[in-house]
Design a protein around this ligand. Structure first.
Ligand SMILES: Nc1ncnc2c1ncn2[C@@H]1O[C@H](COP(=O)(O)OP(=O)(O)OP(=O)(O)O)[C@@H](O)[C@H]1O
Ligand SMILES: [Mg+2]
Length: 619
């Protein structure tokens, strides 16, 4: 087929000959005359120049997954190669921004298109190249040898008090600095530094404020490190019973309406990560709209007491269920690459992916259309490998280049098994990969027990590093957690006894266990995210509440066993106000100074101890 004049112009510009659409099957486009193209090469399909990625090559035909709606595409339409893989632009302007799955800035598109929909084939630069950023050079100067990852300066952004953007030499570049600019205002197009090419001294490499990185290739680091610091989520059940680490991998599987999105959002808002990448992957549009409405309003308090919007540390990658399925995969890879970029600056980054099941479904659809042999439940046989490859990009690392610094990427992936059946292939494969499993329970959600984390199936494999971390600072916290877990376990078997032979068969300490387990569940693990006292819970409150609860439990057991042999009924009657106080600890407002929270909980403990010692004088 001959090329039109317009197409021929494009060919001249792009250096590659045009392929032709041969077949269209939903998001999958097969094109011929594509010899020479590479796997995962980015192509522009049709007259609208839809963005697509080559995912299979046979002879001179290429199968392309299209990230945009393919309706209207016809056989014979041109396919333009770009010679580059799908990549993201990394530089200042990522935070406090919202992108679609292939890093197109949604706000800019909305302004440009004057429409609520993203027009097909729209071509805008991911980051704004008109903004002038104040670049402040670091210690690197003329004549210095620099390697990939080395920080050459930072952006002085008075508007962002949460994350200081560092400017790094891209990981794949190195050389001797020929020149570097002075402090001043520069756009992303300006030259910031010029390096002498190490292989050819006549050639130079230009460093700008931003660079591109292919999303499917993990950004390199010097060394992967074992996890050691806790990820504080602000959710009591997670921080105490099933904690994760900065750099950990966590999965939140749960049926429809169990609270996966609420947990992901709570983590984005209140966790102790320095930067957050929130990937809305194939979920309902209203959830993403909720995030967009809510996040810009939320503020966090700095040590100086100043309140700053959390969006300053957040970037949103929005891909909703009505967008083309293939873009789900792109959104996951875009998200993780953005996260790695901030990790490389030496930050702790948390990536939330809601939900990885929708991505797996997209893989299944594309695989089906490619005619691949289906595996379990129709998912492709490589599902587990793909998931593992994604989760493997998490972890604490020593960053490339100088100065020496450590960063981490934590991945929290929501999984939505159909009908809440955890035997589904996506949940089962994820379970085999992640180190922390927060299994949500339909029954708990129905009872309005939120977060509906089931304490019988959830687990964490980070107990050892966290034990080392808390060993010196909070040794009693670890003991209390172990006791709480034991109480919850015992409750299950005791309930079975009660069901069989009734309450009377229980010993006094068993009755205590049952009642304290109820308090533990209802007033400690239960945490309503929509209240002003429980939207988050700082670690002092989490550990202090648990300490008081366990102290009450232990002292009650002791009182029931001493020479007076008091019954639990009597202890409870005599200590009623103290027992009541156990259930009101959650009302302590989390926004206060840590010291105030600690003082309040300490005062309650003191009162309890006095009451128990008075108890021993009772007849
Ligand atoms: N921590 C919480 N505190 C209070 N209510 C909660 C909490 N978590 C969930 N809920 C309630 O459960 C509802 C459903 O939660 P959410 O949307 O997070 O579920 P989901 O698992 O993401 O569901 P889906 O599978 O449909 O995406 C929320 O609208 C809210 O009313
Ligand atoms: Mg959800």
């Amino acid at each position: 087929m001959s090329e039109t004049k317009e197409e021929a112009k494009d060919v001249g510009r792009a250096k590659y000959s045009l392929g032709r659409v041969l077949r269209i099957s939903g998001p999958l486009v097969v094109a011929n005359q594509m010899s020479g193209s590479g796997m995962y090469e980015l192509v522009r399909v049709g007259k609208d120049k839809l963005v697509g990625e080559v995912i299979k090559l046979t002879g001179d035909t290429a199968s392309i997954q299209c990230y945009e709606e393919t309706a209207g595409l016809t056989v014979g339409d041109p396919v333009q190669r770009t010679g580059a893989p799908l990549q993201v632009e990394l530089g200042p302007g990522i935070l406090n921004n919202i992108f679609d799955g292939i890093q197109r800035p949604l706000e800019v598109i909305a302004k440009q298109a004057q429409s609520v929909f993203v027009p097909r084939g729209v071509d805008v630069s991911p980051l704004d190249h008109t903004i002038k950023w104040t670049f402040v050079p670091g210690e690197v100067g003329k004549g210095d040898l620099v390697s990939g990852g080395t920080i050459i300066g930072e952006i002085d952004d008075k508007k962002n008090l949460l994350v200081k953007e560092k400017i790094m030499i891209p990981p794949n570049l190195a050389g001797r600095v020929q020149s570097i600019v002075k402090k001043g205002d520069y756009t992303l197009d300006d030259t910031i530094a010029v390096l002498e090419d190490p292989s050819d001294s006549k050639k130079t490499v230009i460093i700008r404020l931003s660079h591109y990185w292919p999303v499917r290739i993990p950004r390199p680091c010097k060394m992967k490190l074992p996890p050691k610091l806790p990820l504080l989520t602000g959710q009591r059940v997670l921080d105490s019973l099933y904690p994760s680490t900065l750099g950990g991998t966590c999965a939140i599987p749960g049926a429809f309406g169990c609270g996966k999105t609420c947990i992901s959002q709570a983590l984005s808002k209140h966790s102790n990560a320095n930067a957050i990448i929130y990937v809305g992957c194939g979920e309902r549009g209203n959830e993403m709209a909720e995030v967009l409405m809510e996040f810009p309003e939320l503020k966090t308090k700095l040590k100086t007491g100043e309140e700053v919007p959390i969006m300053q540390r957040t970037s949103l990658v929005a891909n909703t269920s009505n967008m083309p399925v293939a873009a789900r995969e792109a959104s996951i890879y875009t998200g993780i690459t953005l996260a790695e970029y901030y990790r490389d600056m030496g930050y702790h980054v948390a990536l939330m992916a809601d939900s990885t099941s929708r991505w797996a479904e997209a893989l299944r659809e594309i695989s089906g259309r490619l005619g691949e042999m289906p595996g379990d439940a129709g998912y492709p046989a490589y599902l587990g490998t793909r998931l593992a490859f994604f989760y493997e990009r998490a972890g604490p690392v020593t960053c490339l280049g100088s100065p020496d610094r450590e960063g981490s990427v934590t991945i929290v992936g929501a999984v939505s098994p159909p009908g809440g059946d955890f035997a589904d292939p996506v949940t089962a494969s994820t379970l085999a990969i992640v180190q922390v499993f927060w299994g949500l329970d339909k029954k708990l959600a129905q009872k309005k027990h939120f977060p509906a984390v089931n304490w019988h199936i959830s687990f964490t494999k980070y107990e050892r590093p966290l034990r080392d971390h808390y060993k010196d600072t909070m040794p009693s916290f670890l003991k209390d957690i172990a006791t709480a877990k034991k109480i919850l376990q015992d409750e299950k078997s005791l309930q079975e006894i009660v069901q069989l032979v009734g309450n009377e068969a229980l010993s006094e300490d068993q009755k205590i266990t049952l009642d304290i387990a109820a308090v533990l569940r209802e007033d400690y693990l239960n945490q309503n995210a929509f209240t002003d006292f429980d939207y988050t819970c700082p670690l002092v409150k989490t550990s202090g509440m648990l300490r008081n609860l366990i102290k009450f439990y232990e002292q009650s057991i002791k009182a029931s066993k001493n020479d007076k042999k008091m019954t639990w009924g009597r202890i409870r009657r005599l200590l009623d106000p103290i027992y009541e106080e156990l259930t009101t600890m959650k009302f302590i407002i989390p926004g206060q100074e840590e010291k105030a929270i600690q003082a309040e909980l300490d005062a309650r403990l003191k009162k309890m101890n006095v009451a128990f010692s008075d108890l021993s004088t009772q007849i």
